[in-house]
Design a protein around this ligand. Structure first.
Ligand code: 13P
Length: 261
């Protein structure tokens, strides 16, 4: 059985003081790691301090991005090797905001996937889909293409270190236009089928696939109950610690584990 994974994505919200205060509030109130994994993706600036604060906690701190080279003249970028040295394990790659606002192509995302894997990191590879593309080309072509390109050159062994997230841009940040549980599961199912074509059924059944896009307390129980959704990537609703803890409890309860303290 695939272990549920809950990732809060803070994007560019919070100051370091707010971040440390939030983490102090939740770090000892999470389920044991064998029940579910709970992670927070935070701005690069906070990684070192929050990784220290959570060293003995089941809460894991995640990077929101990294570059595709380990070092060099790349002003403003973050080295995957440096992340690894901090003890960071997961890194979000190919988020739709990176693709849209920073022009990251499928090829760049694929380069980042390889750099992260080589540095010993585990990518959370985001797969996007916009309403326009959905209408013009259909969901299938777009999502399948991003999975194929994102995973190009990745071996089956390396796939074991990758989580994939289905994050349709039309459902992100609106607070209300979440993909319905059926649509969300369809996207995740499509990704799993694509992985099955590339790596076989067994590998596809092992890979964890998350849904992200306006996930909140109201829609989470229905989303997490779907067969191909192994967890969630939560933006806005992860910014409040009490709400985030409630959502962690919802996931744990849906998967038959114990709630947080
Ligand atoms: P929202 O939950 O705010 O829609 O953001 C989703 C997201 O982008 C998570 O990575």
């Amino acid at each position: 059985m695939r272990k549920p994974l809950i990732v809060g994505n803070w994007k560019m919200y919070k100051t370091i003081t707010e971040a440390e205060d939030y983490v102090a509030q939740i770090k000892d109130r999470l389920p044991a790691k064998q029940v579910a994994e709970v992670e927070l993706a935070v701005p690069t600036l906070f990684l070192q301090s929050l990784a220290r604060l959570t060293a003995a906690s089941p809460l894991k701190i995640v990077a929101e991005n990294c570059f595709y080279q380990d070092e060099g003249a790349f002003t403003g970028e973050t080295s995957p090797l440096a992340l690894r040295e901090l003890g960071i394990k997961h890194v979000i790659l190919g988020h739709s905001e990176r693709r849209r606002l920073f022009f990251e192509s499928d090829q760049v995302v694929n380069q980042k996937v390889h750099a992260a894997l080589s540095a010993g990191l585990c990518p959370i590879l985001c797969v996007d889909e916009t309403m326009k593309r959905l209408a013009e080309h259909g969901q299938v072509a777009w999502v399948v293409n991003q999975v194929i390109t994102g995973l190009a050159g990745v071996s089956e062994d390396q796939l074991a270190h990758i989580v994939i997230a289905y994050e349709p841009s039309w459902a992100i940040g609106t607070g209300k236009a979440a993909a319905s549980p059926v649509e969300a599961n369809e996207g995740c199912y499509l990704i799993r089928q694509t992985v099955a074509c590339l790596y076989g059924e067994a590998a596809a059944n092992r890979v964890r696939i998350l849904y992200g896009g306006s996930v909140n307390q109201a829609n989470l129980p229905q989303l997490i109950g779907r067969p191909d959704i192994d967890g969630v990537l939560i933006g806005r609703a992860s910014l409040d610690p009490a709400t985030f803890l409630t959502m962690v409890d919802q996931v744990v309860a849906a998967s038959g584990g114990e709630a947080s303290a």
